[in-house]
Design a protein around this ligand. Structure first.
Ligand code: ADP
Length: 560
């Protein structure tokens, strides 16, 4: 079957899209669909999913239905296809019933090869009638993870797709496309869309032109670090992601006040040449702003009227700016999926770009707390809520792992997404491959923490545990009579930060479980039994950067 696809597919790629060769993974997907087998393709945004279904859609004959949740994207793709001479159209709620009927009539008459629809349309009588009397060769489902409650953007309208496909008189070949990684979501996609023995492919996650950088940094140093970076890279455009609306506003204000001064102080940059950001240094973008203000921020950024946009995760969907040279995360996101999607907005043009993640232990606490309060979703039963919370915790653990790993960050990411990669060498594009690490044995600290959790009967949060271990006489502890506890003052010589680090690592490793509800409490975790609680017979080591410490960051090197 590969031979059948090969020549024609490549010809179509050249003829309609102007490309000489397929990117990794594309050819296999196209050939598999042309051969009549279902596909579940996991590819990151920007990897080139569209041609994977557009080419089979063109070559298979009959109509190919492309299901997509984003109306603006539909419009863009249909325009591009029409420009390339391919008969394509869309049906969505912005059209009048007459317009919709006309498009469907054309499609039924074989005058349209690719028909884009929003999932809500599938359930309408008009569409059902059309589908029952038309030869549909292919159904392509874009953003297929929206069908899963385990994904980040569940849409109930996606649940209708499986029934729609099953209702067709002749079953078409089905291609499901997503950028979301987890096993669970993939299984849901296959099940809920009713895929038949799909060929699962995972490709294109590595982005070698991105320099990946993780810097552990105390919260109070972050703003100054970002301001310096922005000042030193005056001709580069960048996105800075913050966890909250309030943070993004505060940081944008700081940048607008301090960056011009820093530039004057640094001299050089502003003397000649084009400097971007002539209106202001930074624009703010978040979901709490009026549409007008958001559009203005977006426009100013895309047209280089401001150098950077400081945003929450509301920023980015559908924004096409290829020369973003850096993406800085001011806080740790909730998952690798979210992180890589946002960081991946850097370097779309293939030029070297930098993705820096600033994090610290309190980011982890904040994230856990958000999860525990967030999951009070009304529609779910308490059991479902607990499951969702656990799933989100696992996603968060993947993110924490990225912050802590000493392995190559590129490898960490492609492996996370399930793409095989057997590289052995150090890469030249991540902070870990450029850093020497040293290992410090912190088993004693871990043992003291474990005993202290036992002493307090798993009744208090991490702050109190740290204070007891350090021998604090704080009033709020008096009710427990901490001075009578064997662990009181046991770690009086160890810094609070170190104890917190080890405690947090024990939680990530599963020896402790921190319930971040309204009253945070440290419990023993699922792996505590392995360590003969409350004793801690498990060697625990921390790996720390050996690189020279520069102000503000533990490895703040400035490149590229
Ligand atoms: P996705 O849907 O995966 O986010 P797109 O389908 O929009 O990605 O493709 C991203 C970009 O890559 C587009 O500009 C597209 O034209 C381009 N592209 C896709 N396939 C190829 C190819 N084989 N060679 C060169 N460019 C390609």
């Amino acid at each position: 079957m590969a031979e059948i696809g090969d020549g024609r597919a490549r010809e179509a790629l050249k003829k309609y899209f102007g490309y000489d060769s397929f990117r990794p993974g594309q050819q296999d997907i196209v050939d598999t669909l042309l051969g009549g087998r279902d596909v579940l393709a996991v590819m990151p945004t920007g990897a080139g999913k569209s041609v994977c279904y557009q080419i089979p859609g063109i070559l298979l004959g009959g109509v190919a239905i492309v299901i997509s949740p984003l109306i603006s994207l539909m419009q863009d793709q249909v325009d591009a296809l029409n420009d390339a001479g391919i008969p394509a159209a869309f049906i969505n709620g912005t059209q009048s019933p007459d317009e919709q009927s006309m498009v469907l009539a054309q499609a039924a008459a074989g005058q349209i090869q690719l028909l884009y629809v929003a999932p809500e349309r599938l359930e309408t009588e008009r569409f059902k009638n059309f589908a029952a009397r038309t030869a549909i060769a292919l159904v392509a489902v874009d953003e297929a993870h929206c069908v899963s409650q385990w994904g980040q953007d569940f849409r109930s309208s996606y649940l209708a797709i499986g029934d729609f496909i099953a209702s067709l008189p002749n079953r078409p070949t089905v291609g499901a496309f997503t950028a979301t990684a987890t096993e669970r979501v993939r299984r849901d996609i296959a099940r809920l869309l009713g895929l038949h023995d799909p060929a699962v492919t995972v490709t294109g996650f590595d982005r070698p032109n991105l320099y990946l950088d993780v810097i552990k940094m105390e919260a109070k140093h972050k703003a100054a670090w970002v301001a310096n970076y922005v000042a030193e890279h005056a001709r580069e455009s960048g996105i800075i992601y913050c966890a909250t609306r309030k943070d993004s506003e505060a940081l944008a204000e700081t940048l607008n006040q301090t960056v011009p001064q820093l530039r004057v102080a640094n001299g050089a940059q502003s003397q000649s040449g084009i400097e971007i950001g002539t209106e202001a240094v930074a624009a703010v973008y978040h979901g709490g702003m009026l549409a007008d203000a958001r559009n203005r921020a977006q426009r100013d950024f895309v047209t280089d009227r401001v150098q950077v946009v400081v945003a929450t995760n509301a920023f980015g969907m559908g924004i096409d700016k290829s020369n973003v040279r850096f993406v800085i995360h001011h806080n740790m996101p909730e998952s690798i999926e979210a992180y890589y999607q946002e960081a991946g907005r850097a370097g779309r043009d293939g030029e070297p770009s930098r993705c820096t993640l600033l994090w610290n232990e309190s980011d982890i606490v904040t994230r856990r707390r958000l999860l525990d309060t967030d999951s009070e979703n009304e529609r779910l039963t308490p059991e479902e809520r607990e499951l969702v919370r656990m799933a989100q915790r696992r996603l968060l653990d993947g993110m924490i792992g990225y912050c802590r790993t000493t392995d190559c960050l590129h490898l960490y990411i492609v492996r996370y997404f399930g793409q095989a990669d057997h590289r052995q060498d150090k890469c030249a594009a991540c902070s870990n491959c450029e850093t020497t690490f040293e290992t410090i044995d912190v088993t004693d600290v871990a043992r003291a923490i474990s005993r202290c959790v036992h002493d307090v009967n798993q009744r208090v949060g991490s702050g109190k545990i740290v204070r007891i271990l350090r021998g604090s006489k704080a009033q709020d502890l008096a009710w427990m009579n901490p001075e009578s506890m064997p662990t009181f003052g046991m770690l009086s010589e160890v810094s609070e930060a170190r104890i917190r680090d080890v405690l947090s690592q024990m939680a990530t490793d599963g020896f402790l479980f921190i319930d971040e509800g309204r009253m945070p409490i440290v419990h023993f975790g699922r792996r505590a039994a392995e360590t003969a609680v409350p004793d801690f017979r498990y060697e625990i080591k921390r790996v720390e950067r050996k690189a020279a410490v520069s102000p503000g960051g533990e490895s703040a090197k400035s490149r590229p």
